[in-house]
Ligand binder design. Structure first.
Ligand code: AVI
Length: 330
């Protein structure tokens, strides 16, 4: 389902579009590569976004709680050190359900009477719910949601010329990109931000592998569901014929790269056709499809990343257990 804007505050949907036909173009190369891959951006259809909200509530998935703790307890400090004042435009990339963001917006409001909030996401469903919730909770914030694939359309971000832009990339979302993609993103973002704009960015930290592995193997099975939903989505959206129960979710920490990796492993040899994309793939028994990398960071690696891409680390805060870190860069 493709989604467009027609006027501020209204989301409309239409059935098939040229944009949609192009949307899955990169799948063939990814599924024919070695190892086979499904790009992580396909996780977040409406159902995927809904499942991700469940993951964030599981006891094992600590990043959301750790980051929320920082935003609740440390936002004021971050904003004071940043010297925030005057009209502010908060632009949240990959906003999802934006629950954490409300804490930050409340803090920003203490420093800026004129706040505009633009949540940006590719899931229209998630944006619709989030916008309604924020409007209800904050009578005096202008909310202007934007359906946009910001990874490919960063130059189309609706940044303000008259306000301080505060771009948010929370949840350690940057860690889902390959190092070269992280670099390209930060370079492009640096180029569109002015010298008095800010980036508020969350990083999940490197830690004991068993804690990481548990976070991506929750007992209730929401992470498994999240990964398998990718196959269901391809069945629905590109006429694929994946038989879901022939795949197992597998998540492990790779100490050589410092990242969690998620795979879907075929339980027997399979041929899967992606009818609407006109190709088929063959999987050997126990061959994996790589579906996600979640990079983890050392504090020194975060600082290097800022430095290498022309950002200045203005301030940063950790949660009480030092599992997660939120940085303010300019
Ligand atoms: C959105 N992203 C940072 C999450 C992560 O931790 O990589 C997505 C996720 N995948 C499985 N659990 C959560």
């Amino acid at each position: 389902m493709a989604v467009f804007w027609d006027s501020p505050g209204t989301l409309t949907e239409s059935r098939t579009t040229p944009h949609e036909a192009r949307e899955f173009e990169d799948l063939r190369e990814a599924l024919e590569g070695s190892p086979k891959r499904i790009p992580s951006k396909y996780f977040y259809d409406d159902r995927g976004s809904e499942i991700f909200s469940r993951i964030m509530e599981t006891p094992e998935y600590y990043p959301t709680r750790a980051e929320t703790e920082i935003l609740v307890q440390r936002s004021d400090r971050l904003l004071v050190v940043g010297g925030l004042s005057g009209p502010v435009h908060v632009v949240e990339l990959g906003a999802g359900d934006g629950r954490k963001t409300a804490h930050f917006l409340r803090a920003v409001q203490r420093y800026s009477a004129h706040l505009r909030y633009t949540p940006v996401d590719i899931s229209a469903g998630a944006l619709r719910e989030l916008s309604q919730r924020i409007k209800k909770e904050f009578a005096d914030i202008e909310v202007e949601p934007r359906v946009l694939d910001f990874e490919s359309k960063l130059e189309s971000l609706p940044l303000s010329r008259s306000r301080t832009n505060m771009v948010l990339l929370l949840g350690s979302s940057i860690g889902n990109w390959l190092p070269e993609e992280q670099s390209r993103f930060l370079r492009r973002l640096r180029a569109v931000l002015s010298s008095h704009d800010f980036l508020l960015i969350g990083f999940d930290l490197k830690k004991e592998a068993s804690i990481l592995i548990a976070a991506y193997n929750d007992a209730l099975g929401w992470t498994r569901e999240f990964n398998l939903n990718l196959l269901e989505r391809l069945n629905r959206d590109v006429g694929a014929n994946f038989v879901i129960d022939q795949f197992r979710h597998h998540a492990s920490y790779n100490p050589a790269t410092g990242a969690m990796e998620s795979w879907l492993i075929a339980q027997r040899a399979l041929t899967v056709s992606l009818r609407r994309l006109n190709f088929s793939i063959h999987l050997k028994a126990f061959e994996g499809i790589h579906v996600e990398t979640s990079w983890k960071y050392l504090p020194s690696e975060i600082e290097q990343l800022a430095h290498d891409h022309g950002f200045r680390c203005i301030a940063h805060r950790y949660d009480r257990l030092h599992r997660f870190r939120v940085d303010l860069w300019s």
